[in-house]
Each structure stands twice: as C-alpha cells, then as structure tokens.
Ligand binder design. Structure first.
Ligand code: NDP
Length: 434
C-alpha cells in the first residue's frame, strides 16, 4: 500500500487474490522463499507517455498513455487497452494484475499486461479518434511485438480503434506483423468469434455453473449490465440458450424490457450509431422503460451478468438481487462486484463466477487469433466457437477442482485465484530470480 499510494483499485485486486492464497503458501513454502508474492505484484515494466493530438477545431490536446507489462513468466504480455476518462495508473495496474491469473487459467502461453489512456472516444469524430490512435501508437510501437507484448481492446477500444492502431504500427515499422495486436477485422488478420468471445464465454461459464445444480439458462430471467461489446454478446448468447434478458444499461441509466431485449436493435443503437440506451426505449416502444441513473439490478433476476465496469454492483444491489431469487452471478466485466457484494452472494449460496474465470473467453480467443496469425490460417466460425466452448468448460472444471482440492468446494473465487496463481508461480520459480 505504501509503495503504491492512491492506487485503490490495484490494492483491491491484490487483496482479493492474496486473501485466497494462505493454503497455497502452506502447501508450497518454496513460493514464500522465492518471494513470489512480492515479485508478482511488482510489474516487470511500466510505461507512461504523453499523447499529443489535434482536434477538429485545430486545438492541441494532451492525454496520458499507459502500458503496464506485468508478468511474462508464461508468454508475451497480453491484455487490452482501455480508453476512458477514468483511466490512471491504479486502474491499469488492477487490470494488468488480474490479467496475469486470467491468462494463466486459459491454459494458453500468454503473460499479463494492460494499457490505455484517459482519452474519451465518446463524442469524438472518426478523424479525431484516428489522430489520437496514431499518436498513441507512435510511442507504444517500440514496446510491443508478437513475441513481446500483444495488446487488444477493452472499454472504448473496439474494431475501429484497433484498425487505426494497427495501421500506424504497420506504417512505422514497415512490417505486416499481424500477431502484434488482437481484435483485428476478419479481412486483415482478425479471428472470427473474437468480437463475440467474451460475452459468449461468460454465458458458457454460467451454463457450466448452473449444471452443477441441475439447472440451465433456459427460462431464467436475466439482467446484463452495460451495452458494449461484452454485454451485447452476452445478451445474444443468453437468449440463444433460452434465457430471457429483461434489462441492460449504459453510464446514463438502464432500460427494462419485459418482452425481452431486442438485441439487434440494441446493437444498432449502441454499436453502429454509438447512441445512448434511452434511445432503445424510445424506438422499441411497448412497455419498455428507461430509468435515468439508478441501479439496473433493481429490475430483479435469477441470473445477473455485470458486464460494464469495476465496482458497479455493491452489497445493496446484491441484497436486492437475492430478494428477487438470484441463483447465479458471473462477472463479464473486470471486478464489477465489490468485495462486500461477493460476500453477500457467497454467504447466500449463490453460484458466483469471478471475472478472472468467467470473462477469460475474450483473451483466450485472442490467443486463438495469435495462433491463426502465426500459421497464416483462418478458422471457421464453428471451429473457433467450439474451441472457445471447450476452453470455458476447462476453465470452469479447473476452478471447481482447485476449489475442492483446497477445501472450498463450490467457491470459484478461491478456485480461480489459486488455479491461476500456482501456474504462474511455478513458472516464475523455474525461471529463477528475474
Ligand atoms: P465497451 O466500451 O464496449 O462497453 C462498456 C459498457 O459499459 C458501455 O455500455 C458503457 O456505457 C458501460 N459503462 C462504462 N462505464 C460505466 C459506468 N461507470 N457505469 C455504467 N456503465 C458504464 O467495453 P467492453 O464491453 O469491451 O468492456 C466491458 C467490461 O468487460 C470491462 O470491465 C472490460 O475490462 C471487461 N472485459 C472486456 C473484454 C473484451 O473482450 N472486450 C475481455 C474481458 C473483460 P457508455 O456507453 O455510457 O460508456
């Protein structure tokens, strides 16, 4: 805490992992002797840089860029870039820290990192976004590479931004190095299923959790928070499996649509037109309502999928979900549930899938994109989705088995933290004190 003052989200993420590790350190004293805990929460490299760009009015604007290369024991640093005004070092470090364990859980050879900027793409023209991305990459390019560090998207960074970033990387380096970024368009090196992967993966994980109680998504009432990449694809998959998604949100408020969210209309408004969620209620008509501000969780559900941002579901929200009969919660976003909310769910016996496990489908499919780039191949949608589905089942089973092994059956938080940690710690031990 003293070494990293003011980085509250980073502290929260570290405490959450370390809380699970006591039995591991008892079983593996060698991790303590090699100072694995001290080393694992110190990033291998942190880069902070100026990003100057010119807006449409000709004014010079300055943002701050970050890349935190956290841990490369298992492979090149891998993790997204977030463009949002709330981004500062504490957010990037929390995301990078979580990414280490998430990536380990996927079973793929990837280390952990994260980056971004306090730039806000909302309300900016395409030309402004392009100039920003080009300036951002003009510094970032020297730190990344197929074998070094492979960024992807996150909040505020989708296909458009990855395109501008990749274009500038290619121009500066004079190399068509497809494997340097993931989340690319399918016609220029991207993988089918990557845009859907995080949202689909969350729902696949929920299905696996529900199976352990003889349940399924079919007929369940579902709330998905957010209406970005992860949320929209989680809604689509939950509906495909028979769930009824009745509410979703953005940072201005939420909509309740008892007839079930029309996911194509939502996609049109939020993804293609970059509009606000209130427009969904206006255009959908019927009994759909928009609530400005407020908590989307008040709509009540059996299955809750927080897919917007960190700390968006607190203990009051958890209590209100319990009242409405929630049986399963899975984190599509990173750290969306506060520690107290998680406690409420776990004490009540609700199935709880932490982000490290439940939203790992996105990065796992990014690793599949890297495989396709390395072999100059492109796989079909069906094949790639099949691989994703198998990966999600494996992650679920590994978390469940690890929780059993360490005396906490059904506790996916313990399973994910320990499962991810042991894999990285073993590799760090093998690589020596570096
Ligand atoms: P997007 O930018 O596509 O969407 C983010 C959504 O969350 C938007 O609807 C946004 O609303 C909403 N949101 C953001 N901040 C807030 C807030 N403070 N309160 C309420 N709503 C908010 O991002 P993604 O869908 O890619 O990412 C969502 C989450 O999933 C993040 O936590 C991210 O780290 C995590 N994640 C993403 C992965 C991916 O593959 N994209 C992989 C794994 C995790 P608005 O439109 O108003 O801004």
């Amino acid at each position: 805490f003293r070494r990293n003052p003011g980085e509250t989200e980073f502290h929260q993420a570290v405490v959450e992992v370390f809380d699970s590790l006591e039995p591991v350190l008892r079983k593996h004293p060698e991790f303590g002797e090699a100072a694995i805990l001290q080393r694992i929460c110190e990033p291998e490299r942190q880069i902070i840089f100026r990003v100057p760009w010119v807006d449409d009015q000709g004014h010079v604007r300055i943002n701050r860029g970050f890349r935190v290369e956290f841990n490369s024991a298992l492979g090149p640093y891998k993790g997204g870039l977030r463009f949002h005004p709330s981004v500062y070092l504490g957010i990037v470090k929390f995301l990078g820290f979580e990414q280490i364990f998430k990536n380990a859980l996927t079973g793929m050879p990837i280390g952990g990192g994260k980056g971004g900027s306090d730039f806000d793409p909302r309300g900016k023209s395409d030309a402004e976004v392009m100039r920003f991305c080009q300036s951002f990459m003009t510094e970032l390019y020297r730190h990344i590479g197929e074998y070094t560090d492979v960024p992807a998207g996150d909040i505020g960074v989708g296909g458009r931004e990855i395109g501008y970033l990749f274009g500038q990387y290619k121009r500066i380096t004079n190399r068509y190095e497809s494997g340097v970024l993931t989340g690319k368009g399918v016609s220029w090196g991207g993988s089918l299923v990557r845009p859907e992967a995080t949202g689909y993966g969350v729902v696949m994980f929920v299905e696996e959790m529900l199976k352990t109680r003889g349940l399924s998504l079919d007929g369940q009432r579902v709330i998905v928070s957010g209406s970005g990449n992860v949320a929209i694809n989680a809604i689509a998959k939950a509906q495909a499996l028979g769930g009824k998604v009745v509410a979703c949100s953005d940072s201005s408020g939420y909509v309740v649509d008892e007839a079930g969210i029309d996911v194509e209309l939502l996609r049109q408004i939020k993804e293609y037109e970059r509009g606000r969620i209130s427009e969904y209620a206006q255009r959908r008509g019927g009994n759909t309502s928009f609530v400005a501000g407020g908590s989307v969780w008040d709509a009540g559900a059996n299955v809750a999928l927080p897919c917007a941002t960190q700390n968006e579901l607190n203990d009051d929200d958890a209590a209100s979900l319990l009242k409405s009969g929630v049986v399963a919660v899975a984190e599509g976003a990173n750290m969306p549930c506060t520690p107290k909310a998680i406690e409420v769910f776990q004490e009540a016996g609700v199935l709880f899938g932490p982000g490290k496990a439940a939203n790992a489908g996105g990065v796992a499919t990014s690793a599949l994109e890297m495989q396709q780039n390395a072999s100059r191949d492109s796989w079909s949608f069906e094949h790639t989705e099949q691989r994703l589905s198998q990966i999600m089942v494996n992650i679920h089973d590994r978390c469940a088995a690890t929780a059993d092994e360490y005396g906490a059956p059904g506790n996916y938080v313990v399973g994910a933290n320990i499962g991810g940690f042991v894999k990285v710690a073993d590799a760090m031990l093998a690589l020596g004190v570096i």
